[in-house]
Design a protein around this ligand. Sequence first.
Ligand SMILES: [Zn+2]
Length: 239
Amino acid sequence: VILVEDLAKLWRLQELELEAARWRRELEQEDQSDGIRQKAEIVLQFEERLRELDNRLASQRKSLKKWEQQLKEKNAQAMELQQQLYGGTVNNPKELESLQQKHIDLMREIAGAEDDYLDVVESLDEAEASKKELEQDVNELRTTQKELSSQFAAWREEIETRLALLEHECRQEEQDIDLELLTTYRKLASQKAGIGVARLNNQTCGACHMEVPLFMAKEVIRGKRLVFCESCGRILYGG
Ligand SMILES: [Zn+2]
């Protein structure tokens, strides 16, 4: 009778230990933290791209300022020419004609430069807009990454807590089991993937699924002495 009870406790202990082992394996799996690392890497890459874009835009804005300055100077020159032309100080027709030509050329030059200038302003505005989009993407990524890593940390903590509880339960369960039986179980479990005791299911061993002779099966059910599976060597439990 005592053996039957001990085997039931042993079975319960094994279930707890197998569950603890499952959680421990789960914790050891680095897949999730790898995923989080990859996301952090992507965030860094995006930030780097953003910095490059920022630098490029800043230098383009700078050259745009120079361009603006040149346009102003050319417009001032044109004004000057106009004043000369209509100020009544030039009487020589040849000189007048050359001034007129100069003025026409300058105005044409200014018109072309202004068109180019406006094109560049427009493309810069577009670049600024896509920069803003990129910034948004980076922010979203950063948030997701942070959420993931805090979720992962919470998950780890939860499992570690469960594991600590399970281990505590195991220690408690162990205390009530006959020491000799426990030692035999431990030895078998360490050799057989953590499974030292197998349940008997309709005359077959629950671990290796081999048939157990009827007289042995009966002995297992009776529970007066320890019976081992003839194929896998595990303790058989009839509960
Ligand atoms: Zn077996």
